[in-house]
Design a protein around this ligand. Structure first.
Ligand code: BGC
Ligand code: CA
Length: 294
C-alpha cells in the first residue's frame, strides 16, 4: 500500500462524492460549495473537465446513462458532457430559498438511489436519509444532523450510515428486496478507537472492509467487516471527505478533500495540497458501483 499522494492538484472548497464508472473508466466527483461536477479519465492526457450546476450539490451517482446528482434544490439527471439537467424530485427540505441541502448519497445494490440531507447549521437534528423510487422520496431515517458514510456490504446484507457529529457509524440489516434498513446497531465509535475527526464519506471494498474519511482528522481509517479498526492513512491536510475505489483493477483509492474551515495561513502555508484529489493503492479491489435504475 502506498501513502496518499496528489492525483489531481485542485483548490476545491468541499471536494466530495468520488464515484468510479467502471464501464467508462472515468472518475466523477463534486465540489459541493461551488456546485461543480468533475469528470476525469486517469491515465490519459486530459485534465478533468467540469460542469457548473448553478447551485451547491451534495453528491452524485451513476445513472443508466449520465449521472444522478443531488443538488440543493432537488435530484436531477445530468449529462456531464453538456451540463443539461432534468429534475427528478424536488428537495423536501429546501423551500423558499432556505432549508437543508442534500449531502452524502449512494446507489444501493438493486439500483435505488439513497441520499441524506445536512442541517443548515450542521448542528440540529433536522436532516433525514431518503430513498428515491421513481420520482418519490421516502424518509428512511430522520432526526439527523449530517447524513454521511452510506455504504453497503458486498453480500448486500448490511448498510452502513453515519450521523457525523455523533462520531459513530451504525450498521443496519439491509432488506434489499424491500429497500429497508432493519435492526440497527452501533458499529464503529471513533471515541472508542481514540480516532480524531468525524466519519464522513466511505466505501466498502470487495472483502467487506469499510474505508472512511475522517473529516477534521486528516486520515482515512479502515475497519474490517466486524467494525474492528485495522489501520489508518494520514493525508497532508485535515479534511478528507470521501473515498472511492477506481482504476482498471479498482485497487486505487481516490480521496476528495476540502479547504473549507481552513484559515488562509493553513490553506496556503500549512496544507498547500488541501482541496486536491488524492490517490493511494489499496490491497483489495473495490466493489463495482451500481447504476441507478429505479
Ligand atoms: C458535509 C460538510 C461537513 C462534513 C463533516 C460533509 O459531508 O458536506 O459540510 O462539514 O461532512 O461533517
Ligand atoms: Ca460527506
Amino acid at each position: 500500500m502506498s501513502a496518499p499522494t496528489v492525483a489531481v492538484a485542485l483548490d476545491m472548497s468541499l471536494g466530495e462524492s468520488p464515484v468510479w464508472d467502471a464501464a467508462n473508466a472515468c472518475l466523477h466527483w463534486v465540489d459541493i460549495n461551488r456546485g461543480l461536477v468533475y469528470s476525469w479519465q486517469p491515465g490519459g492526457d486530459d485534465a478533468p473537465s467540469s460542469v457548473a450546476l448553478g447551485e451547491p450539490l451534495g453528491c452524485l451517482a451513476l445513472g443508466a446513462t449520465g449521472l444522478i446528482v443531488a443538488a440543493r434544490s432537488g435530484i436531477y439527471r445530468l449529462d456531464p458532457g453538456s451540463g443539461v439537467k432534468a429534475l427528478i424530485a424536488a428537495n423536501p427540505e429546501w423551500r423558499d430559498e432556505s432549508g437543508n441541502r442534500f449531502n452524502d448519497g449512494r446507489c444501493d445494490p438493486l439500483g435505488r438511489f439513497w441520499v441524506g440531507t445536512i442541517d443548515a447549521a450542521e448542528a440540529l437534528p433536522s436532516a433525514s436519509l431518503y430513498r428515491l423510487d421513481g420520482e418519490r422520496l421516502t424518509a428512511m431515517r430522520s432526526a439527523l444532523a449530517i447524513s454521511n458514510g452510506l455504504a453497503f456490504s458486498p453480500d448486500g446484507r448490511f448498510a452502513y450510515h453515519a450521523d457525523s457529529p455523533t462520531r459513530q457509524v451504525w450498521r443496519y440489516a439491509f432488506d434489499a428486496e424491500r429497500g429497508t434498513l432493519e435492526s440497527g446497531e452501533l458499529w464503529i465509535d471513533l471515541a472508542r478507537h481514540d480516532l480524531p475527526g468525524v466519519p464522513d464519506g466511505a466505501a466498502v471494498d470487495s472483502h467487506g472492509d469499510y474505508w472512511c474519511a475522517l473529516y477534521g482528522g486528516g486520515q482515512i481509517a479502515r475497519f474490517d467487516r466486524h467494525g474492528a479498526f485495522l489501520e489508518s492513512h494520514a493525508l497532508p491536510c485535515p479534511h478528507p471527505t470521501m473515498v472511492a475505489f477506481g482504476g482498471a483493477d479498482r485497487k486505487t483509492l481516490y480521496i476528495t478533500t476540502a479547504t473549507q474551515h481552513l484559515s488562509d495561513e493553513e490553506k496556503h502555508h500549512q496544507w498547500p495540497s488541501a482541496g486536491s484529489l488524492f490517490a493511494m493503492s489499496a490491497p483489495n479491489p473495490g466493489q463495482v458501483e451500481p447504476r441507478v435504475t429505479r
